[in-house]
Design a protein around this ligand. Structure first.
Ligand code: CS2
Length: 472
């Protein structure tokens, strides 16, 4: 079967890059070339290049497996994104990628690129667990495997922070301005978090380097949103039917997409507003809204789905008592927020409910259920703390917490970087029937929750309910 390439003649219904792609030079290195990046930042950059052509091509980097990079290179860096919703399906072939690197196979090429003055932005989507954040301090976790390795051998880094610091060190040594570091993961104040991790690691190497980064670097915070299920054989087969050629990087996603960015870049940026990106002074209110209302509800749906044997988010939304719980969750989460400029939270909630129920999107509850220890603190526990602080009872957050614990009790091997601790704690809970052992896992639950007997009781009661339901 022929592969998608620059010479493929695509059907007229497929939207193609409408700019001089052959002349496009790289300006961005993106770490974490996965599905989310392809359906989000790559699409926004495609729109920016169409509206205002400049050298902002993206080099996609995989820090772990190299398969997708091989596929990218074999397809002239092209791939398709199908947005599927009530109005049917729209397919777009994205042209904003101009290169691909596998960090394992091409580490030196990657570091040379990061030191190239043409690269002005380094963006990333590497998931929460990759950063090595110490849950107690919010700073660098020196025990995190990649952090430990990159502190020992900083010139051949393997982790995201080590790669950024070595890239910046080379630029500093060569007298080149730093690149802007653009974090696109679901972390609160992600730019601020990144600035701290990068300067902390740099300071361990060389305080002059750290001072230079602190003074001249930029780490804008961003809020990113688009539901992008992991691609399956079915995705690729459907893409083949629509394109007439094979696309191993094809994706299905929803029509909705959103990007809110702090406009703080060292050496310019693409005209992402052409794709609908919103530039603001402070991303925090948007980020909090999305983490608590979307991601928090998403995690609860994932655990309820896993417990009830429901494969997709849409299946959970089709169970009326689950849907009602999700709606209550979103309402309670909204009550913990300050007003978000330009956003009506009721309308936002209604839109989320419709997005989760989208019948054409097959988003696996198993995919969202992973890495709970890295996700729930900012999605659920911080909202519970704020809810209790205003005199409310934190009930839905207790229920969501119990759903996670219920999932841990039945999961044989939860997909989580802290799986060993969680498995040991879950075994204790199974023995004694009280969730205390999970609540005691260090650095997970904020102190105000652990000190609130009423809330802890609610977690216990909900866990009883949930495990009874499980038994049924
Ligand atoms: C999800 C997110 O997997 C998860 O944890 O909650 O990936 C979610 O789909 C995105 O943040 C939506 O923008």
């Amino acid at each position: 079967m022929k592969r998608l390439s620059a010479s493929t003649s695509l059907p007229p219904s497929v939207r193609k890059p409408n700019y001089r792609r052959a002349g496009l030079q790289p300006g961005i290195v993106h770490l974490g070339f996965g599905a989310f990046h392809r359906a989000h930042q790559a699409v926004y950059t495609d729109a920016a290049l169409e509206a205002d052509f400049a050298n902002w091509g993206i080099i996609g980097v995989s820090l772990r497996s190299s398969d997708m990079i091989h596929d990218l290179k074999a397809q002239d860096h092209l791939f398709s994104v199908a947005s599927r919703g009530a109005d049917g399906t729209q397919i777009r072939v994205v042209g904003s990628l101009v290169g691909g690197l596998s960090a394992n196979e091409e580490r030196e090429e990657l570091l040379a690129r990061l030191a190239d003055p043409a690269i002005r932005i380094v963006s990333m989507t590497v998931t929460e667990k990759a950063y090595g954040i110490d849950p107690h301090t919010g700073g660098l976790d020196r025990a995190h495997p990649a952090i430990a390795q990159d502190l020992a051998t900083p010139r051949t880094p393997v982790g995201v922070i080590g790669v950024i610091v070595e890239g910046l060190a080379r630029r500093h040594a060569a007298g080149i301005p730093p690149f802007t570091v653009l974090c696109c993961d679901n972390l609160p104040s992600n730019g601020r978090v990144l600035r701290r991790l990068v300067t902390e690691m740099a300071a361990i190497r060389d305080t002059t380097l750290a001072g230079w980064i602190a003074e001249h670097g930029a780490f804008p915070s961003t809020m990113v949103d688009r539901i992008v299920p992991a691609a399956t054989e079915e995705t690729r087969n459907r893409a083949m039917e629509c394109l007439g050629v094979e696309d191993r990087l094809a994706l299905d996603t929803e029509p909705f997409l959103q990007w809110v960015i702090e406009d703080d870049f060292v050496s310019g940026r693409p005209a992402w507003e052409a794709g609908g990106a919103l530039f603001v002074d402070s991303v925090e209110p948007y980020e909090k809204m999305k983490l608590r209302m979307l991601n928090g509800a998403h995690s609860m749906i994932a655990y309820l789905g896993q417990i009830r044997g429901l494969e997709y988010v849409r299946d959970v939304m089709a169970v009326s008592e689950c849907r009602a719980m999700v709606e209550r969750y979103m309402q309670a989460a909204a009550q913990t927020l300050d007003p978000v400029p330009g956003i009506d939270l009721d309308a936002y909630r209604e839109q989320l409910l419709a997005r989760f129920a989208n019948p054409t999107i097959a988003h696996k509850t198993r995919q969202i259920a992973m890495d709970g220890s890295q996700k729930l603190p900012q999605r659920t526990f911080s909202a519970a703390v704020d809810d209790l602080a205003t005199g409310r009872d934190g009930e839905v957050f207790a229920y969501a917490t119990a759903a996670w614990i219920g999932y841990l009790l039945r999961a044989v091997d939860p997909d989580d970087p802290r799986r060993e601790e969680l498995k040991a704690a879950a075994a204790e809970v199974t023995k004694g029937g009280d969730p205390a052992a999970i609540l005691a896992v260090p650095g997970l639950f904020p102190q105000p929750l652990l000190e609130n007997e009423g809330w802890l009781d609610r977690v216990r009661q909900s866990l009883h309910e949930i495990t009874r339901m499980d038994a049924r």
